[in-house]
Every structure is written in C-alpha cells, then in structure tokens.
Design a binder for this molecule. Structure first.
Ligand code: PMP
Length: 423
C-alpha cells in the first residue's frame, strides 16, 4: 500500500532533472544506501530550531541553555530508538566511519578484532593498531556463526576481543544473524559492535534485545543528512580510554603542574569523546528522524519495503541478462538495497544511462566493499579510485556492479521507471 509512505514524505520529491533525450523529468532517487533524502519532518524540525541555535554546554544565555537541553534530550531520544540498556552511553560523532574509528581508538591493550572480509571498509579498516583476524566470506548465515565460533575458540591467549559485524550489507542488502553472532561472541568472552549504517534506516535496532555491545550508524542514511552519527553502547571501554579527540568539552579540569606540564582530568560521560563544539543541528536532526521513524512504525515501513524489494527482484528476474548479487542465496531476507550486473554492459555505463536517459540516480562501483564485491563477481575487480571504478570500454566485462536502493518515501513510479529502463 503506497499510502504507507504518506506519513514520511521526503525532500526532493519534485526536483526535476534534464534528460539527454530532451525535456525534464522528476528525479528518481534510488541511491538511499549512499545517502537518503531528508525527511520533510526532519527538515521542518531543523528549520524550526535554527533561529534559536546557540553554543552547547558553555553559555548562561537562554538560547545556549535551550540548545544544551535539545542536545542532551536528543541523546535520550537516540537511546530509546536503539533500545539502549541502563548505563549505556550515546556518543555523537560525524558518521559511522567516525564512530567505528572512535571505538578502534578505545580498545583495551592486546585486544583482538574479528571481522568478516565481507564488511564495508568502514568496518574492515579502522582496526589497524589491533591484531585483526579477517574471516572468510560465509555463504549462509549459519556458516557466519560457525566461522566466528571457530575463530574465537582458536584464539590464544584468551584476552579481550571485539567482533565487528554489519547488520545489513550495503552491497546485497542481506540481513546478518546479529543475535546469533552476539551470542557466539559473548560465549567466547568477546564483545561485539554492530555496524547499523544500512540496518537502522530499514529495521528496528535493539541493542538490549539483540545483546550487542555497541551500535554505530550515520544520520545521512537515516533521513537526516546534517553531518552527524552515533556510537552507542557499553560505557566501560569508552570511559577507560584516552579521549578520541583532545580538547575543550572533553576535559573537566586542566591545571599547570609544578614541573611546567599540565594535568588533565577528562570527563567520564559521553563528553569525553565529544571534544570541540558539537554539531547541534545534526544531532537534533538525527533525533528528529528517530522520532519520525518510531512514530510511523517500523512494522508498516518494513512491510512496504518488502513489497518494493519483491517487485524489484521479480522485475529483474524477468530480464535474462541481469544477475542479482547475493551472498546468502535466493530468498535471503534483505532490506531495500539490491546490487546487480547486466551481461554485456559495463556497470558504470549502465548507471550513467539510467541517469541521463531516465533521470534515475543509482550507484555503480565497488561500494567501499572490495573484498565482498570480488567474492560476489568471482573475479578481480577493476582497480578502483576511491569507492568507484574507472571507465571501461563499452562491451568490456563488468567487474563492478550497479546498486539500486530505496526506503521511506519511495513512490511506486520510481520502481516502475527503473524496471522499465532496465528492460
Ligand atoms: N557501513 C556501511 C554498511 C555503510 O553502508 C556505510 C556507508 N556506505 C558505512 C559503514 C560508512 O558510513 P559513513 O560514510 O556515513 O561513515
């Protein structure tokens, strides 16, 4: 029922773009997995607050106090949205990448990290200073759990360990068995962080219920593109480590010592890792998006999205040249993120044609998940620049892919236009 979208309209629904074939068409934004459009509600909330903007945690002035209240109440909103436990911290960051790098900076000494090679680079790469075990790509969710259990059981010596796993793949959209992986991690004395960048916009995240230790996500994929992100979860590692950034706001007292140096006492609250003037607008926007999604209800969002996923998969299955990429096989549950290749087409040219001839915005490339795309395509991807891939000659075998992704506010017409264009 498309009217399920009605409570959550997004910005940009009537933006028109020029076509190479002449004329204009309304833009079909089908690249939510990269950045989702802002919810109208988020934009309205930000606009309503903007005139009252003030510094946080510093000033006695009315607007400063109001901004501080807004900032701190946003923490409570996000904690509720994520189903945090008593005592969990909600640290505001810039993005998922920032959140995972923050967590990497607070690992206890001798911590081992376990990460599947199929992860987004934001989950794969921040652990440079730790001893990292990269786990082979599993081909079923059960295999993922078994692989992790084996790796954790084999570790010597039995010290602190962290597992990092993505809730929903940014390439295949497939859901990972988070609860089972968390149980496996804890059974072997490890902690687990959930990269919820693609999960949180599509599915309820429940820290307490799924028993993960931390969750990271980005505002700009959760319909709040204002430069903020979240790391939420256990307070102990965060409290015991040096601040991620040193500076004002993170320090409680700073005093010169007799020997000429300085003594610093750092906060033990979230402020410890939020040095500098925080992004109040971005934080307000994230909290607004959390409220909007909660009020709309994930049941209806998930149901609506499932019908769109089914329609896209059925439509693509009708085109013999299309191959949809999947790690876990046909029928694996997934969010509204679907990648595919088209035989005889270079993916970048295909995506460019969707844009130029149909006004459809999708993503092409390797999606910052090179090892995963290599596994899915069964070949050596073209050497990429950044997350994309270079131009190939028309007709050359494609070793990158096309990704279509959608969510709240996606009208049926965008899906119809996309499937018509592919056909
Ligand atoms: N993890 C996943 C699964 C993602 O899809 C992304 C963004 N593509 C990230 C992490 C990184 O998010 P950000 O760029 O907002 O830091």
């Amino acid at each position: 029922d498309p009217s399920i979208c009605a409570p959550l309209p997004v910005l940009g629904a009537d933006v028109t773009v020029p076509l190479v074939t002449g004329g204009d068409v309304t833009y079909a934004a089908l690249d939510y997995a990269a950045s989702a459009p802002a919810l109208q509600r988020v934009w309205d909330d930000v606009a309503a607050y903007a005139p009252y903007y003030g510094s946080v945690h510093r000033g006695a002035g009315y607007l400063s106090q109001l901004s501080t209240d807004l900032f701190e109440s946003s923490r409570a909103t996000v904690a509720e949205f994520l189903g945090c436990r008593e005592g969990d911290q909600v640290v505001f960051t810039r993005s998922t990448t920032d959140s995972l790098n923050l967590l990497a900076s607070v690992l206890p000494a001798d911590c081992r990290v376990f990460v599947f090679e199929t992860e987004h680079h934001a989950s794969l790469l921040p652990w440079r200073d730790a001893r990292v075990t990269y786990l082979d790509a599993p081909r079923t969710p059960a295999q993922a759990v078994a692989t992790l259990e084996r790796a954790l059981a084999d570790r010597e010596p039995y010290g602190p360990a962290l597992v990092c796993v993505t809730g929903a793949s940014n390439v295949t959209g497939e859901l990972w068995p988070v609860r089972e992986l968390a149980a496996a991690a804890h059974a072997h004395g490890a902690r687990i962080v959930l990269d919820a960048a693609q999960l949180a916009p599509h599915h309820p995240v429940d820290i307490a219920g799924s028993d993960v230790d931390w969750v990271a996500f980005s505002g700009h994929k959760l319909y709040a593109p204002f430069g903020s992100g979240v790391l939420a979860g256990r307070a102990d590692w965060l409290r015991d480590a040096e601040p991620y950034l040193a500076g004002g706001g993170a320090s409680r007292t700073v005093a010169r010592r007799a020997d000429g140096g300085v003594d610093v006492q750092w906060h033990t609250t979230e402020a410890r890792h939020e040095a500098g003037s925080p992004n109040v607008i971005g934080v307000h926007a994230i909290a607004s998006a959390c409220k909007a999604l909660t009020e709309a209800g994930f049941d209806s969002l998930v149901a609506r999205e499932r019908t769109l996923v089914d329609r896209v998969l059925a439509g693509l299955a009708d085109v013999p040249e299309v191959r949809v990429l999947s790690l876990f096989g046909d029928g694996a549950p997934r969010v509204g993120v679907i990648s595919f290749v088209v035989e005889g087409w270079n993916s970048s040219h295909f995506a460019a044609a969707l844009s130029a001839e149909y006004g459809i915005g999708v993503r092409d490339g390797l999606f910052c998940a090179h090892p995963l795309v290599r596994t899915l395509l069964g070949g050596e991807p073209q050497e990429p620049g950044e997350c994309g891939a270079p131009e190939a000659e028309p007709g050359e075998r494609s070793l990158n892919a096309i990704r279509v992704s959608f969510g709240a506010g996606t009208p049926d017409e965008h899906i119809d236009r996309f499937l018509g264009a592919v056909r």
